[in-house]
Structure formats: C-alpha cells, structure tokens
Write a protein that binds this ligand. Structure first.
Ligand code: HEM
Length: 360
C-alpha cells in the first residue's frame, strides 16, 4: 500500500496548518470589527444548532414544533434552552426550558451569527489540519522524536485555544481572555513552524551565523515583537473599556483616554523597526539576495513599516475597519516571518556544529 503520511505530506499539511491559523486570525479580526463575537451565544453549537438559524422565526417559540436538547429560543429578552427533545403544545411550558445563565446576551442578528459561525468553521479546519500534522509526524518517531513532541504540544495548545474560545463567548467577550486567546494563537504558529521546518536549512547562511550575536539579535527581535503584540492587545482592551463607558461617543476622544498604553505601543514599534533595520543591514551586507534568510528579514522589515502605517491610520482616522483587520493579521504574518528566519539560522548552526564534530 502506498504510504500516505510521507515527509512531503507532513511539510505540506504543516504549512497548511500555519496558513490556516493566520487566516483564522484574519477572520477573528472580521468578527471583531463587525461586532459579531456574540453572534453565536453558545459553544460549540450555535443557538443549539450545527447550522445556525437564518431567521428570527426559527428562534421564536412555536406551538407543535419539535425541539432537540440544547436548541434555543429567545423569549422575554432571554435565551431559553430545551432541556430535552420534546414537541411543544399550544402553551409555553417552563418545565421544558431552562434559562441560559452563562451570560445575559439575547439578541439575534443573522449577519453576526453567520460571521461567527464561519469563524468557527475555519477553526474546525485548523483542528483537522492539526490532527493530520500530528498523525503524519509519527513517521519521524525513530529519526527525530522532537518533531513528534512539538506537533503533539501544538495540538494540545490548539485544544486549549478551543476551550478558551468557549470561555471568551461565555464571558461575553472579556478583554483579557481575548488577549490570551490571541497570544496563544501565535504560540501555536511558532510550535508548528519549529516542527515543520525542523529539517530546513538555508544554504550559505554561515556567513551571517559566524556573527554569534546575530542569532541572539533575531531572538531578541522576536521577543520585542511579541511584547509589542501584547501591548497592542492592551490598547484594544483599553479602547473597548472606554467604548463600553462612552457608548454613544463616536469621536476620536478614545485616543486621549488610552494615551498611556498607546504611548508604550508606539514607542515599542520604533524599537521593533530599528531592530529589523539592523538585521536587514547585516543580511544585506553578508548574504546573497536570493537567500531565504535575507528574503524573510526583508519581508519582516516591510511588514513592520506597514504595521506602523496601519497603526497610524487607526489612530488618525478613528479605526477604519480595513486597517484594524489588516493590523492584527499582519502582526501574525510578521511574527511568522521572524520565526522562519530564527528556525533557519538555528538549524544551520546545529548542522555546522554537528559536521565540525564529525570532522574532528
Ligand atoms: C511593529 C509594529 C506594530 C505591531 C506588530 C502591532 C500589533 C498590534 C496588535 C497585535 C494589536 C492587537 C489587535 C487586537 O487585539 O485586535 C494592535 C492594536 C493596535 N495598535 Fe498596533 N502594532 C504596531 C504598531 C502600531 C503603531 C505604530 C500604532 C499607532 C501609531 C498602533 C496602533 C494600534 C491601535 C490603535 C490598536 C488598537 C486596534 C484595535 O482595537 O483593533 N500600532 N497592534
């Protein structure tokens, strides 16, 4: 029988996992800017259905209708859940229904519901890719166990993400939970990339790896960028708090209200940009322009500049939806490009060390 889980399959499915997580971050951004986070009030189903309702009539109590356990209705501005499978009579009977108590959000907006549902479908896809990554990683059990362990670790982190996704909905979109959810997504991207590219090395990077501090500088830039992303989430939380307290105020006054955290976010972006410029200058001097390390450092540098431009658009133009979504999506892409550079340099360093040991 032809082997399904080949090395090529592992690499392709791993890349697909990384790409799908970045896409999920984009869809998550869409959920946020359209305010669709509560489009499905429960989890993992949506109003108790696998395929959510499209019309409010489906969520309105109806006589002589069969309801399955967990299916919901909206009545008296509250969500009610069917306690078991039953058929309604002519009268609403509270004995068959339980008020949903995890939160008190009870509105139906079909657009929000479907955007949130697509978000969940994309996460299911990520889950499937993740499982395939783990299964196909077992081919390396005898040759490179670390690939298996890294794949399993990213799988468990993805499970944690799914659980956290439920908690985000249950908490009616608590800011801190959203932030942890986002940072954990970057951790999954990192782990999967380390596993997938464990055997990748770029030819000719010795010239840059000879500078011992260069690898350390790349790692520090990643830490700085992750810190910047953390501060970004703090800006978002602060803006949300301000908006909750000033519901009808559409002016730019939030900029002053979040000034202290926005100032740190802006200042850190200067450091990230400076670090990327230094890395680029050295790569430019020492590497061929076709070298993967050179290319991905250049990509990272451009992405950092674009991030600064998008952040400025957010501040000066009162957060246009498009720049808000791009700002969060490109943050993910920036980190992924930095991870790739770090992985290539680290693998090359290990290989050189191994071969010099052999030659001794
Ligand atoms: C290296 C550069 C940057 C990176 C990697 C970055 C990353 C991020 C991230 C990950 C978020 C969180 C988004 C969310 O939680 O939904 C964020 C939010 C934000 N950032 Fe940045 N940022 C950068 C530069 C800037 C700059 C220079 C500014 C302003 C001049 C800025 C303004 C903002 C604003 C206003 C938000 C809140 C957006 C929202 O609520 O959706 N950012 N940033």
């Amino acid at each position: 029988m032809k082997k399904v889980f080949t090395e090529v399959f592992f690499r392709k499915i791993g890349l697909l996992t990384v790409a799908s997580i970045l896409f999920l971050i984009f869809v998550g951004g869409l959920v946020r800017i359209t305010g669709s986070g509560m489009g499905c009030p429960d989890w993992p189903k949506c109003f108790g259905y696998y395929i959510p309702p499209t019309d409010i009539s489906e969520l309105t109590w109806t006589p002589q209708k069969e309801y399955k356990k967990g299916q919901m209705i909206i009545k008296d501005e509250r969500l009610w859940e069917a306690k078991q499978k039953f058929t309604t009579t002519q009268q609403f009977d509270t004995a068959n229904w339980a008020v949903y108590t995890k939160h008190d959000y009870a509105l139906f907006n079909p657009t929000h519901t479907y955007i949130e549902w697509v978000n969940r479908m994309v996460s299911v896809l990520v889950g499937i890719f993740m499982v395939l990554t783990v299964l196909s990683s077992f081919q390396f059990w005898k040759t490179k166990k670390s690939i298996v362990f890294l794949s399993i670790a990213s799988f468990f982190l993805t499970l944690f993400q799914a659980w956290l996704g439920a908690k985000v909905v249950e908490s009616n979109l608590d800011g801190l939970k959203i932030s942890v959810h986002m940072l954990a997504a970057f951790a999954v991207v990192g782990l999967v990339m380390i596993a997938v590219f464990k055997k990748h090395t770029a030819v000719g990077v010795e010239r840059i790896n000879n500078l011992k501090w260069f690898r350390a500088a790349v790692y520090c830039t990643i830490v700085l960028t992750l810190l910047q992303i953390f501060y970004g989430t703090q800006v978002r939380e602060a803006i949300d708090h301000w908006r909750d307290a000033n519901a009808n105020n559409t002016s730019l006054a939030w900029v002053n209200a979040v000034d202290y955290v926005l100032a740190s976010h802006k200042a850190l972006s200067v450091f990230v940009m400076a670090a990327m410029l230094v890395l680029f200058a050295i790569a430019h001097n020492r590497l061929e322009k076709t070298n993967a390390v050179y290319k991905y450092i250049a990509v990272g540098m451009v992405l950092t500049a674009v991030q600064i431009a998008l952040g400025s658009v957010n501040v000066f133009f009162n957060m246009p939806a498009i720049s808000q979504v791009l700002h969060v999506t490109l943050a993910g892409t920036l980190v992924a490009s930095q991870f790739y550079v770090a992985i290539l340099l680290y693998n090359n360093h290990k290989e050189v060390k191994k071969s010099s040991k052999k030659n001794k």
